[in-house]
Write a protein that binds this ligand. Structure first.
Ligand code: NAD
Length: 529
C-alpha cells in the first residue's frame, strides 16, 4: 500500500513519514526533496529562476513517477494536493492522510524547528498561517483520513495511522504474478475495512453475507464503511450449504443488475465458506468479472476456502461442480470474528490447520500440540497457526493455481472424508469433522502400505482427538458404501482411486491404485465399536 501524507508545514509529515517507513519497512520519500535532487537546487531557487509554473510541472511528473510505486510512504509538498491529477495519481493504490494541526501549534513547531522558513519572515506569521490554511482546507479535505496531530508526538501519530489502517496486522502474500494479493491477518480488521477498500477506488460496493453472520457485525462493518464515505448495498442469503446454488447466484446477479453495479464495482464476501464461494463465483461471472474481497468469518474459511480463488456453487448432481478459479483483491482475516463462532465450527477449522501440519510442516504440528490451550482461548498461538496455514496454502496455490498437480496434496484426508460425508448424506458431520476421520484413516492406510510408522499415527490421532474432533469411522457405516462413494468421487481421475498419504508428519505423497481389499480392511479396522 502507498501511504501519502499531506498537510501544512509543521504538521509533522517528515517525522511521521520516517517513523511509518521504519515500522513498515517501506521507503520514505518527500516530493520536495525529490524535486530538489532532480533539479540540483533548492525549491526557492527553482521558483526564483524558472517560476511557479515550471515547478508545478516538475512536481506533477515527480508525483506521477512515485504513484507507480507500491509499498512506500510519501510526504507531499503543500501544493501537491491542490492539483486534481496529483490527487488521482496518489489515490490509485494509495491512501491519502491529512495531518491536521491548529495555526498556533504550527507556528510554534516551525519556530522551534529552526531553519529558514519564509513564512516566519512576514509581519504577522500567525495570520499568514491562518490565511493559507483557510485557502488549502478544501484541498486537504480530499484526504481519505484525517489525523489530529495537535497534542501528539510524531511517534504517536504514526501509531495512530497504523491502527486506523489496520497496518499492525500480519501479511501473507499469494504470489500469482498480476493477480497476486495479500492476506491480512489480525484483530479489529473489520473496524477499518472501509478504508482498505479505498485503495481500490470501487464505483460501488456490496456486502454479501448471510442472515446469521451479518447481524452480529452489522454495526461494526457499516460504521467502518460510513467513516470512509462508502454506502454499500447489503445482499443477504439464507444460512446453509443448500443455498450455495445457481438459483441464489442468479438472484445475486439480478440484485447487482437492479442496483446498476458496473465493472468497477466490488463485492465483499462476509461470512464462512458458503458465502465466500458463492460471492467469488458471482464476482467472477458478473460482467465477466468484478473485484471482490474475502472477509472470512469461520476458521475453516480463514485458513482454507478464502485463500486460493476456488469459487463455486453446488449442482443437484454434485457439490462444487459449477465454479471458477478467480482470485480476490485481498483477504482480510479478522480473528475477533471467531469469538462468535460455535465451538463445533471452530473444531472443523482446526482439522484443516492440523492438515497443513501433516502435509507440510512438522513445526506447525508440534506447536498445535504444545500451544493447544492458547489456541483454544484465541491467543497468539491461534494467530500464529492461522498465519502459518495461510502461508502453506498460499505457497501451494502460487505454484499450482488451477490444481494441475501439487494442489492435490491439500486433499489429504478428503478421499475418505468425502466418502464418509456421502455415506452419511452430508448430515452427520461437518466437513472438517469428516476430514478429521479421513486423515486418521489415511494415516492408518499409510502404515499398511509400509510408508509411515505407528508412532506417527498415534500422534496424529492424539492431536486430532485433543481438539474434540472425531477420529474413528462410525460403526454403522458399511465399508462397501464408502468404497462405492470413493469410486464416484470427482477425484477419481481416469478410473484411478487416489490417496494422499503421509510418509512422516510434515510430508505426504500421492498414491494410486491401492488394492481395494487393503482399503476395505483399513476402513473396517478404523471403525468405532
Ligand atoms: N473454495 C475453496 O477452496 C473451499 C475450500 C474448503 C471448503 N469450501 C466450501 O466452504 C463451505 C464450508 O465453509 P464453512 O465451514 O465456513 O461453512 P459455512 O459458511 O456454512 O459456515 C458455518 C456456519 O457458521 C456460521 N458462521 C460463520 N461465521 C460465523 C461467526 N463469525 N459467528 C457465528 N457464526 C458464524 C454460518 O452462518 C454457518 O451457520 C462449503 O461450501 C465448502 O464447499 C470451499
Amino acid at each position: 500500500m502507498k501511504i501519502v501524507l499531506t498537510g501544512f508545514m509543521g504538521s509533522g509529515k517528515t517525522a511521521v513519514g520516517r517513523e511509518l517507513g521504519r515500522i513498515l519497512g517501506y521507503p520514505f520519500v518527500d516530493t520536495d526533496d525529490l524535486i530538489e535532487e532532480r533539479e540540483g537546487k533548492p525549491i526557492s531557487l527553482i521558483f526564483k529562476e524558472k517560476g511557479e509554473d515550471y515547478f508545478r510541472r516538475i512536481e506533477c511528473e515527480t508525483v506521477k513517477e512515485i504513484s507507480l510505486k507500491k509499498n512506500i510512504v510519501v510526504a507531499t509538498g503543500g501544493g501537491v494536493i491542490k492539483n486534481k491529477n496529483n490527487v488521482e495519481n496518489l489515490s490509485s493504490g494509495g491512501i491519502i492522510i491529512w495531518l491536521k494541526a491548529e495555526p498556533g501549534i504550527i507556528l510554534k513547531r516551525i519556530a522551534t524547528e529552526g531553519g529558514k522558513r519564509p513564512l516566519l519572515d512576514v509581519e504577522e506569521p500567525l495570520e499568514e498561517i491562518k490565511k493559507l490554511l483557510a485557502e488549502r482546507e478544501g484541498s486537504y479535505k480530499q484526504a481519505d483520513v484525517v489525523i489530529d496531530t495537535n497534542y501528539i508526538t510524531p511517534g504517536e501519530t504514526a501509531r495512530e495511522i497504523m491502527e486506523k489502517l489496520s497496518l499492525d496486522m500480519q501479511e501473507v502474500n499469494v504470489d500469482l504474478k498480476d493477480r497476486s494479493y495479500k492476506i491480512l491477518i489480525g484483530r479489529r480488521l473489520i473496524r477499518n475495512i472501509g478504508l482498505r477498500l479505498k485503495e481500490f477506488r470501487p464505483s460501488r460496493v456490496a456486502i454479501v453475507s448471510n442472515k446469521t453472520v451479518f447481524p452480529l457485525y452489522r454495526d461494526i462493518i457499516l460504521g467502518s464503511m460510513d467513516e470512509s464515505g462508502i454506502v454499500p448495498e447489503i445482499f443477504l442469503i439464507p444460512d446453509g450449504e443448500e443455498y450455495k446454488d445457481s438459483l441464489w447466484a442468479s438472484h445475486l446477479h439480478g440484485e447487482l443488475l437492479k442496483a446498476r453495479f458496473d465493472r468497477d464495482s466490488l463485492l465483499i464476501a462476509f461470512g464462512g465458506g458458503v458465502v465466500g464461494d458463492i460471492t467469488g463465483f458471482v464476482a467472477s461471472t458478473y460482467m465477466r468479472g468484478i473485484k471482490y474481497v474475502q472477509v472470512p468469518t469461520t476458521l475453516l474459511a480463514q485458513v482454507d476456502s478464502s485463500v486460493g480463488g476456488k469459487t463455486g456453487v453446488n449442482h443437484p448432481l454434485g457439490k462444487n461442480m459449477i465454479g471458477t478459479f478467480y482470485q480476490p483483491v485481498f483477504v482480510a482475516i479478522d480473528i475477533d470474528t471467531l469469538n462468535t463462532l460455535p465451538a463445533r465450527e471452530f473444531g472443523a477449522g482446526m482439522a484443516e490447520i492440523i492438515k497443513y501440519g501433516i502435509i507440510s510442516d512438522s513445526n506447525l504440528f508440534d506447536s498445535l500440540e504444545k500451544d493447544k490451550k492458547d489456541i483454544l482461548s484465541g491467543g497468539k498461538g491461534l494467530l500464529k497457526a492461522i498465519r502459518r496455514s495461510c502461508e502453506i496454502k498460499a505457497g501451494i496455490v502460487s505454484e499450482d493455481e488451477r490444481e494441475a498437480g501439487l494442489r492435490a496434496v491439500l486433499n489429504f484426508g478428503h478421499t475418505i472424508g468425502h466418502a464418509i460425508e456421502t455415506a452419511t448424506d452430508y448430515r452427520r458431520f461437518l466437513h472438517g469433522e469428516a476430514i478429521a476421520i479421513g486423515m486418521c484413516t489415511a494415516a492408518e492406510l499409510a502404515v499398511k502400505q509400509g510408508m509411515l510408522d505407528k508412532e506417527a499415527v498415534s500422534r496424529i490421532r492424539g492431536l486430532i482427538g485433543s481438539y474434540e474432533l472425531p477420529v474413528k469411522i462410525p460403526g454403522d457405516i458399511p465399508a462397501e458404501a464408502m468404497i462405492d462413494a470413493m469410486e464416484i468421487d470427482k477425484k477419481v481421475k481416469s478410473g484411478r482411486l487416489r490417496f494422499i498419504l503421509p510418509e512422516s508428519i510434515g510430508s505426504v505423497r500421492i498414491v494410486e491404485d491401492i488394492d481395494r481389499g487393503i482399503i476395505r480392511e483399513v476402513l473396517e479396522e478404523s471403525k468405532s465399536n
